[in-house]
Structure formats: structure tokens, C-alpha cells
Design a protein around this ligand. Structure first.
Ligand SMILES: C[S@@+](CC[C@H](N)C(=O)[O-])C[C@H]1O[C@@H](n2cnc3c(N)ncnc32)[C@H](O)[C@@H]1O
Length: 250
């Protein structure tokens, strides 16, 4: 089995790539929202969601640590995938104290898996929708996090406006991004993604948030030891964009 295993995994990898190429040739002309949903549904069905979670664990833990959770926080996990951050946050919020976490994602297959993995948690829910038009009420959340997804959003300014809308006054956003132009090694991996990505530098992100009306804007660079293959593929450092929704004017 020892010698056979690399051959089997190579065949599986080629078969998955072939299926993805076929899928892509059929949906090339569809709107971006539809392509994103199909791509990430395909990833979930082919166990890429689980691999992704393993690769994102260090970053997710660091981001949540930086957020500083309160027991009554109402948190949105935007583009939650299979719900890794959603579950870590839910476990960090003491149950029965009013805290809750809601995951939103464009891929219904990612969400189906997120729901299955989170069935033991009381304070968790999921909604399918796009970051550019978040299907949720105004002013509800105290904090938003999003791990490794912001560069998929075609209209990033629109997404930031949506986050201002769904956050309560003085609420905070935390966006963790592994691919950014100040870290060229992180861009190698980007060619393998089948959908367009929108990648900027730390200074450009900061500027975009300040122009968008966010306060206390900070961009921190997180760096950690890379152990897994996924982390070495540009997942050993990240930008963390932080901003606060302004309070209500008296
Ligand atoms: C690289 S995965 C990260 C998932 C998860 N946050 C994690 O760290 O494991 C990117 C996720 O963004 C979601 N996504 C991409 N574009 C989206 C959009 N416009 N609106 C909502 N979700 C989107 C995908 O479906 C996918 O689950």
C-alpha cells in the first residue's frame, strides 16, 4: 500500500481536475454568483472544504483571539464555508447568556456540511446568500469575521457597505486574508483558483475601509509557523483588517 498510495492520490487528483474542467466549460458564461456557488459546491463534494478548514485553523484561532469575545456577542461569520470559525466562536460564547453566531455562505453544499457538523451547538445558525447582498436585518451584529474569503468578492466596497448595514453602531469587523500583494509568495497559489480574485495591498485595503466610513481602521500582519502543505502554499501569514462602525450621532 505504501508504494501504491502516491499513485492512487495522483489519479484521484487528475480525475477531480478533469471533472472540474468539464464543469467549468459548461458554466463559463453564467453570472459570477452562480459560478462561485457551483465551484464551492464542487469543492465541498470533493472534500476540499475539510482540507481548507485544516489549512485555515491557525489563522481562524488567531483571528478569534484578536476579536475578544463577550458572552452576549451576536457574531456573523461571512463566507463561513463548512463552519470552522462559526463553531469555534460558538464554543467560545457561553451558552444561555444571549450570545449567538450565524454563518452565511454562497454555497449551499458548504452550508449543508456546516449544519451537520454544528448540530450539537445551540447558538448557531446558517443562511445561504451573497456577501454583496446579505439577506439579514440592519444593525443586528456586534462583530463580523470573515476568514480567507474577501478576495472572492467582486465588489469589495459593496460588501463593506453591507457589513456597515448589518453591524450595530460601534460594532467591529475582522477580515483575515492570506493573499495580498505585499506578500508575493501568496500569489502563486492564486493561479489555481478557477474564479476571478481581487487582491490588494495592506495600504489599499486600509484606504478602502477609511473611504468607506469605517473608524479605528487597522491592518495587522499575522505570521505563524507553517506545518501542513496547505499552510506552506501561502497560508503561513495573513493580513487582518479591523474596523469599527461609527456610533450614532447625538
Ligand atoms: C476559501 S473558502 C473559506 C471558507 C471558510 N471561511 C474557512 O476559512 O474555511 C471561501 C468561502 O467563501 C464563499 N464565498 C465566495 N464568494 C462568496 C460570496 N460572494 N458570498 C458569500 N460567500 C462567498 C465560498 O462559498 C467559500 O465557502
Amino acid at each position: 500500500m505504501g508504494k501504491l498510495w502516491p499513485k492512487i492520490s495522483k489519479i484521484r487528483f487528475r480525475r477531480t481536475r478533469f471533472k472540474l474542467t468539464m464543469l467549468w466549460s459548461r458554466v463559463r458564461k453564467k453570472p459570477l454568483d452562480v459560478r462561485l456557488r457551483l465551484l464551492f459546491n464542487f469543492w465541498a463534494e470533493n472534500k476540499r472544504g475539510e482540507q481548507m478548514e485544516r489549512g485555515h485553523l491557525s489563522l481562524t484561532e488567531r483571528t478569534i483571539q484578536r476579536m475578544g469575545l463577550f458572552p452576549d456577542d451576536r457574531i456573523l461569520d461571512l463566507a463561513c464555508g463548512e463552519g470552522l470559525a462559526t463553531r469555534i466562536v460558538a464554543e467560545g460564547l457561553l451558552s444561555g447568556r444571549g450570545g449567538s453566531v450565524l454563518g452565511v455562505d454562497i454555497s449551499d453544499e458548504m452550508l449543508r456540511r456546516a449544519q451537520n457538523k454544528s448540530s450539537h451547538l445551540q447558538n448557531v445558525s446558517f443562511v445561504c446568500g451573497s456577501a454583496e447582498s446579505i439577506p439579514l436585518q440592519d444593525g443586528f451584529f456586534t462583530k463580523v469575521l470573515s476568514v480567507e474569503a474577501f478576495y472572492y468578492f467582486e465588489h469589495q466596497e459593496r460588501v463593506l457597505d453591507e457589513l456597515l448595514r448589518v453591524l450595530a453602531p460601534t460594532g467591529w469587523v475582522f477580515l483575515a486574508i492570506c493573499h495580498y500583494t505585499d506578500y508575493p509568495e501568496s500569489l502563486d497559489f492564486v493561479d489555481q483558483l478557477q474564479v476571478p480574485v481581487h487582491i490588494r495591498s495592506a495600504a489599499e485595503y486600509k484606504n478602502m475601509m477609511q473611504r468607506g466610513g469605517w473608524e479605528q481602521v487597522e491592518v495587522e500582519e499575522l505570521v505563524w509557523d507553517s506545518k501542513t502543505r496547505m499552510q506552506r502554499a501561502g497560508h503561513d501569514r495573513a493580513l487582518l483588517l479591523i474596523g469599527q462602525r461609527p456610533g450614532v450621532q447625538q
